[in-house]
Design a protein around this ligand. Structure first.
Ligand SMILES: Cc1ncc(COP(=O)(O)O)c(C=O)c1O
Length: 365
């Protein structure tokens, strides 16, 4: 048996041999108390951040890939084939490497470079495909085709949604199991929504435990597929995605029914923010010492928008799911802090620089 981490929940996961699990140390991510920093700044009493960026491969998708490759090994499958905006692909490629297996990823044509590098660096094979993510009908068609061909060729369809990979996605439910243990009191849970798998998994995980908190799905305005699904359009956006937030560039919810059920059954709602608000939330987290990618700050952007709109009471305890690490989107990181603005100095200047920096309050108080 593997010590600690997500595999503590092996008896809830659909595998036969958890002692043979393909693990890189996923799960048991920290719940960081932000009540005195971020919460105080945005006008909330209690706030926690579930740091899913601390997973191997820097996102919650590591949980999914760990279950997937454990199943692939158990079943003697030829590997996994999937679509990806980057994080699912990076996770698949890493766990394929750990399992001595194969990962083939069909990614967004405009996948951010660091995520593509992550896939390739650990031996994953990628093809960038036009249309994926940005166009609802094309994304659904391509995903269906990949799932079908993958099955025919003896591979696991690792498209990270319950609709395509229900067994592997049970890995997401372990986030709910951990939260139920970690939270000192029940709290409203805010999560970003791309294909809807995260929200669906949280819902299923909490439902299994018999206590579902209010679940709030947050999306950028340029990819508000959940709002469309809640209004009776599960087929996705009727226009191309316009958000630049990597991971949330999804014109269609793979898990439309699951995401709608998560919101409706939990008494939650959806929030639409814009990219600028998401980047502002990323900067607020950075200011509190937490560097996440824009998608990882989207839940916080939703909390801030809800406080401003009076949809959230400041006394309500809140959890935000920080889904991905800061290094994954270097363009967003450059917007936060450009390396070019850091002066180069000669060693003889160090004393004077230090004196003036400390006197002028540089680098915080
Ligand atoms: C960092 C990050 N956050 C959120 C999401 C959205 O998750 P889901 O597609 O399960 O809704 C993704 C999906 O790729 C992601 O990479």
């Amino acid at each position: 048996m593997i010590n600690g981490g997500m595999w503590r929940w092996a008896d809830r996961l659909p595998v036969r041999r958890p002692d043979q699990a393909v693990s890189l140390g996923e799960g048991d991510t920290p719940l960081v108390d932000l009540s005195r920093t971020v919460a105080a700044r945005i006008g909330l009493d209690r706030l926690w951040l579930k740091a899913e960026d601390r997973n191997p491969t820097g996102s919650f998708k590591a949980r999914v890939a760990s279950v997937a490759y454990t199943l692939i090994k158990e079943r003697g499958l030829a590997g996994a084939v999937g679509t990806s905006s980057g994080n699912g692909g990076a996770a698949a490629a890493a766990y394929a490497a750990a399992a001595g297996s194969r990962a083939i990823l069909f990614t967004l044509a405009d996948i951010v470079a660091p995520k593509l590098r992550e896939i390739v660096a650990v031996g994953g094979v990628a093809r960038r495909v036009t249309g994926i993510g940005h166009d609802a009908a094309a994304t659904r068609q391509i995903a269906d085709r990949i799932a079908e061909v993958s099955d025919r060729l003896g591979c696991y369809p690792l498209l990270t949604g319950f609709h395509y990979a229900a067994e592997a996605m049970t890995g997401v439910q372990t986030i709910a199991y951990e939260l139920a243990e970690q939270l000192p009191e029940p709290a409203v849970v805010y999560a970003p929504v791309g294909g809807g798998g995260l929200l669906t998994g949280l819902h299923r995980g909490f439902a299994e435990l018999g206590a579902v908190p209010r679940l709030v799905g947050v999306q950028p305005s340029g990819g508000a597929s959940l709002r469309r699904a809640l209004a009776g359009h599960p087929e996705g956006l009727d226009h191309p995605v316009t958000t630049a937030v990597s991971g949330l560039q999804m014109a269609v919810l793979y898990d439309a029914a699951g995401a709608v059920a998560a919101v409706r059954d939990s008494g939650g709602h959806d929030v639409i923010t814009d990219d600028a608000e998401i980047l502002a939330a990323q900067a607020i987290l950075a200011d509190a010492g937490l560097l996440v990618e824009p998608a990882g700050a989207t839940a916080l952007a939703g909390v801030i928008a809800d406080l401003a709109a009076g949809r959230l009471d400041r006394a309500e305890p809140v959890v935000v799911i920080a889904t991905g690490a800061g290094h994954k989107d270097t363009a967003a990181l450059d917007r936060l802090a450009s390396a070019a603005t850091v002066p180069v100095i000669t060693p003889d200047r160090i004393g004077d620089e230090l004196a003036s920096l400390i006197n002028d309050g540089g680098g915080r108080p």
